[in-house]
Design a protein around this ligand. Structure first.
Ligand code: BT5
Length: 325
């Protein structure tokens, strides 16, 4: 009922709607309406009330509420089920729990703040309150475990394309999972899976985007490597709108992938990549070498041409781009 009342208020915005009209169209008592209005106010919605005129919505809070994300969301399944938390340890951890309990394909977990946001290999992902988009998408494609890394590629393309289009600033993808603006990291992706030997049960695509973070508020350990969309564009970014665009793009690319068109996604990745044709240093767990990143393969691996001309495929590791002279 609360969300139906909210929907009515939005429909009438910026005008008033009378208590009587709400009561008639939703078949609910005036006292119940008042209680729901109070609850909406507690959620951060600003609603004016006038004795004979009724109610008027004057401000929607800057929060990633499911009802806001779902409002006019143009997807069939991605983001149609939303689990929202004001604070959580990590959306990837919660997404795994939900997937283990049968969450449907396309479910997302979204939060305002992560207390144990995670990067790869147990690294930390800094996720301050109300300033970013920290979310995880659960997908259940019928693929083999070797195909899972393709989801990092797919998600990178989705985020980079949307930032270019929606915010109008130029992004690049650094293999395997970083989205950069002006050579600094604005987004990281953590793809995890649950699988048997030859079948994926589910994929979790965790995406963290620094949206409205002041450069000065990044902690010392990342202030030289991180940036945010507001810092780069010079204006505050509408997080709900941005997330809706990303969910739409993720669904479209996922459809391409499951219909056998991963090549199309790879072609877009090559266009957006800041790694291809660049001198790079690759750091793996036990090894480090340099070369030119010449291509990305179907399996999501990066092809490096070493100085002796030999080509080698890299499946995981850290890429450092040579500094511009
Ligand atoms: C990543 O790991 O870049 C993957 C980050 C994925 C975060 C999302 S948020 C929603 C979901 N839930 C989670 O718990 N995680 C996912 P990696 O490539 O390992 O990079 C981690 C490194 O990036 C850290 O060691 C820092 O150097 C740096 N870093 C940490 N927080 C950052 C931030 N907010 N912005 C930019 N860089 C950051």
């Amino acid at each position: 009922m609360k969300s139906e009342i909210l929907a009515l208020l939005k429909k009438y915005q910026p005008e008033y709607i009378s208590g009587e009209e709400v009561s008639n169209s939703l078949q609910v008592s005036r006292t119940a309406i008042w209680k729901h209005i109070q609850a909406l106010r507690e959620d951060g919605y600003e609603i004016e009330s006038q004795p004979r005129t009724g109610y008027r919505l004057t401000k929607i809070p800057d929060l990633l509420y499911p009802q806001e994300i779902k409002n006019k969301l143009a997807t069939k399944y991605v983001g149609q089920q939303i689990h929202f938390f004001k604070t959580i340890n990590s959306t990837n951890i919660m997404a795994k729990e939900l997937a283990n309990h049968g969450a449907v394909n396309g479910t997302i977990v979204v939060t305002e703040k992560q207390e144990q946001g995670r990067g790869r290999l147990g690294r930390q992902w800094i996720s301050p309150q109300g300033k970013g988009i920290w979310f995880s998408l659960i997908l259940t494609p019928e693929i083999s475990p070797t195909e899972a890394p393709k989801y990092t590629i797919l998600a990178g393309v989705a985020v980079a394309k949307v930032i270019n289009r929606y915010i109008g600033i130029k992004t690049g993808i650094k293999w395997p999972n970083d989205i950069l603006v002006n050579e600094k990291k604005v987004c990281g992706i953590l793809t995890e899976m649950n699988a048997e030997i030859d079948k994926v049960n589910y994929i979790i695509v965790g995406i963290g985007i620094n949206v409205n973070i002041n450069k000065s508020s990044f902690p010392a350990e990342i202030k030289d490597i991180a940036t945010s969309l507001s810092a780069e564009s010079g204006h505050k970014v509408d997080r709900v709108g941005l997330l809706q665009e990303i969910l739409g793009e993720l669904e479209q690319l996922n459809e391409q992938f499951i219909n056998g068109n991963f090549n199309n996604i790879l072609a877009q990745w090559r266009q957006l990549s800041v790694t291809i044709n660049k001198p790079v240093t690759i750091t793996m767990l036990k090894e480090q070498f340099t070369g030119i990143a010449v291509d990305i393969e179907q399996d999501g691996s990066l092809v490096i041409q070493k100085e002796n001309g030999q080509k080698t495929k890299v499946f995981s590791g850290e890429v450092t781009l040579a500094k511009k002279k």
